[in-house]
Design a protein. Structure first.
Length: 459
């Protein structure tokens, strides 16, 4: 089986200041250390690394008998019996944390082994943490990292919740053999200190959005000569006419308070900031931010511009300074974090897919259990790919015009029944108008072909 390894590296400046940064020696003789971090509460993020004698650094996942080993089937006969453990911890105050969920899992439970995210995550700069918290026993309230894979044979005691994740969900596997447990520390570790077997644990899942290296560079470098990925998060939702509240799946509002470093950063975009004000709730957020000025040419270099935040009563409720440079293939923007949530910068305008011509269909329906079916006509339009909230259907029945309006994404109550027309043997059409807001006066519309409503005698 083959796979692709993905490597992600962050600088210390991409994180808050570490609240714990200490080292301690460890070896196979002195193989248990208890260290007090003195924080008074759990750190949000904690990592332990092992610095080996040859200068290499390994995650402190553990190894059989040695501090580090790459033998027993790994293709090498390398192991280290001593090293220096480096302990790093951060308190983020939950800034950058965009998802969290905790729940209890037991070996015998039958709950679904899938945790679905509330929305799509592109995973380009995310830190996903899956941890196990022991609820009782000698390790009560201790938190351990879960594992991404296991080499256990099932012959000896082992533990670990194996997990993988995609852009939309996390999948979990629990031990099912007799010797498998949700949590286990045996005599081989320690030895004997805090040994425990536990088959019920609390699982904690957290997702943090971290900035890439390109976000931390200062304003003095040329943003057009930087090849690093510096896209803002959620670019696919920052279109001027993207309205989160009208999506068919629930989404969180975009907010740049936590997605942009404190002192600002350069970002690249292939779509320009709109120079005309969007409306309230556009751009996947509540308060969209637009450019109250012009996009520079490539010859102008870096220019200062003013952006405006759309408020409840004004298109420019707040002015925000930005810097812009037009590059050959994209435009670079130096942006500051917003002051509140949900507020976000807009980029580009999403073109709505064209409305397809509706089709009139005739069918029968029964009312109140009657012995006689009744006739109805439906103006059918496939709206599964559309992003409108209101639909108006106007029927032209001979010389009569009948209009129906629906505030949902279905047309079930927009059908024309025999309660609305009096005669047959005429040609009819229906026109569908799609609107974003209930009181819009202008929207996209399309009209069906003529449909003969009646009996036609054919040769």
């Amino acid at each position: 089986m083959n796979g692709a390894a993905k490597v992600r590296v962050w600088l210390s400046t991409d994180f808050p200041l570490a609240v714990v940064n200490m080292t301690v020696g460890i070896n196979t003789l002195f193989n248990f250390k208890e260290i007090y971090h003195g924080l008074g509460s759990y750190p949000d993020i904690l990592y332990v690394q092992i610095m080996l004698s040859d200068g290499n650094i390994s995650d402190a996942q553990g190894s059989r008998i040695a501090v580090f080993g790459a033998s027993d089937g790994w293709g090498l006969f390398t192991e280290d019996t001593e090293g220096t453990a480096r302990i790093l911890a951060w308190k983020t105050n939950k800034q950058g944390r965009i998802f969290h969920k905790g729940f209890t899992v037991s070996k015998s439970s039958k709950e679904e082994s899938v945790l679905r995210f509330p929305r799509y995550y592109d995973l380009s700069n995310y830190l996903i943490s899956v941890q196990v918290k022991v609820p009782d026993g000698d390790n009560r309230n201790m938190i351990f990292q879960s594992v991404g894979s296991s080499v256990a044979t099932g012959i000896f005691h082992f533990s670990g919740i194996v997990y993988v994740y995609t852009t939309t969900e996390i999948l979990f596997w629990k031990p099912i053999s007799y010797n498998g447990h949700m949590f286990f520390i045996g005599d081989v570790f320690g030895p004997g200190h805090h040994s425990q077997i536990c088959d019920t644990v609390d699982l904690h899942v957290e997702i943090y959005h971290l900035q890439s290296k390109g976000h931390t560079k200062n304003m003095e470098h040329d943003p057009c000569e930087d090849d690093s990925e510096r896209h803002l998060h959620d670019m696919h939702r920052r279109f001027k006419n993207y309205k989160t509240m009208f999506q068919k799946r629930q989404e969180e509002m975009v907010c740049d308070k936590y997605l942009i470093p404190q002192h600002g950063a350069w970002f690249m975009s292939y779509n320009d900031m709109p120079t005309e004000p969007p409306t309230f709730l556009d751009c996947g957020t509540t308060h969209p931010i637009w450019l109250n000025g012009t996009i520079p040419t490539t010859s102008e270099g870096v220019v200062d511009r003013t952006a405006c935040k759309v408020g409840f009563m004004s298109y420019c409720d707040e002015e925000i300074p930005v810097k812009i440079k037009r590059c050959e293939k994209y435009t670079a923007y130096f942006l500051l974090p917003t002051k509140h949530c949900p507020e976000a910068y807009c980029f580009g305008t999403k073109k709505e897919p064209p409305l397809r011509k509706p089709v009139i269909k005739a069918s029968t329906y029964n009312k109140n259990g009657s012995s006689v079916d009744r006739l109805q006509f439906e103006c059918y339009l496939n709206i599964s790919t559309l992003n409108y909230a209101y639909y108006e259907v106007t029927w032209r029945w001979a010389d009569s015009i009948l209009s129906f309006k629906n505030e949902s994404s279905q047309f079930s109550n927009l059908r024309l029944t025999d309660e609305h027309f009096k005669t047959l043997g005429v040609y009819v059409t229906c026109t569908v108008t799609a609107l974003h807001f209930k009181h819009d006066t202008v929207g996209s519309n399309v009209t069906s072909d003529n449909f003969y409503a009646g009996l036609m005698v054919c040769n």
